[in-house]
Design a protein around this ligand. Structure first.
Ligand code: FDM
Length: 212
């Protein structure tokens, strides 16, 4: 194969605790890749614009109460409802920079006490990221960054527990980024890693599925 017909966009996921800098870095990576002429979109989960996303948003802002299993499945359903569009975008050559994905789903629900394998099950069959970048920051430091916004999970003790589950989920392919560094340094590191990934997907690296 020349590889040309298998060229596709890259599925790039940013993970990390609340206030680790994922959202600012997503924006910077988006404009970087755009500037280089690569088709790219920035996505995030939860996607609060869908019907399921509205239920999630109401839960996160404490306007509704849901059983832990129920909200877990809604977060997963929110990824499933975007799955076919995600695949179409990637196959058409558009790269996606995704702020949170299944790893947030499993880490946050496991931190509440749900069984980790039970949490992973509904994620099986979703597209596997080509790259996971973990913005690593001690929970105490993240909490100092201008404080939390007051959503349901933005509490230090809970974030500490989430960090432990992220560690359990991580594998050697994850790129660990020191999120305590200045924004610009973090950005430089991430740009290089992302570009490598975009290039390898352009060369036709096959798409795979969770759970890896
Ligand atoms: N969150 C996010 C989950 O608990 N499960 C999930 O599957 C996802 C994607 O939702 F506290 C949590 C993580 C965070 C909250 O995320 C909202 P943003 O990034 O602050 O919107």
């Amino acid at each position: 194969s020349t590889g040309q017909s298998d060229a596709r966009g890259a599925l790039i996921v940013l993970e990390g605790l609340d206030r680790s800098g994922k959202t600012s870095q997503s924006a910077r990576l988006l404009s970087h890749l755009n500037g280089l002429g690569y088709p790219v979109e920035s996505w995030r989960f939860p996607d609060r614009d869908t019907a399921v996303g509205k239920m999630i948003s109401s839960y996160l802002t404490n306007q509704s109460q849901l059983d832990d299993h129920t909200i877990h499945l809604l977060f997963s359903a929110n990824r499933w409802e975007k799955r076919s569009l995600m695949e179409a975008k990637l196959k058409s050559g558009t790269s996606l920079i995704v702020d949170r994905y299944s790893y947030s789903g499993v880490a946050f629900s496991s931190a509440k006490g749900l069984d980790i394998e039970w949490c992973k099950a509904p994620e099986v069959g979703l597209l596997a990221p080509d790259l996971v970048m973990y913005l690593n920051i001690p929970p105490e430091k993240a909490a100092e960054r201008g404080g939390y916004g007051g959503e349901r999970y933005e509490q230090l003790e809970f974030q500490k527990s989430v960090a432990k589950y992220y560690e359990m989920l991580s594998d050697p392919s994850w790129k660990m980024i020191d999120a305590c560094l200045p924004l610009e340094d973090v950005e430089e590191q991430m740009k290089e890693i992302v570009l490598d990934c975009v290039v390898s997907c352009q060369k036709g690296k096959p798409l795979t599925h969770l759970w890896l």
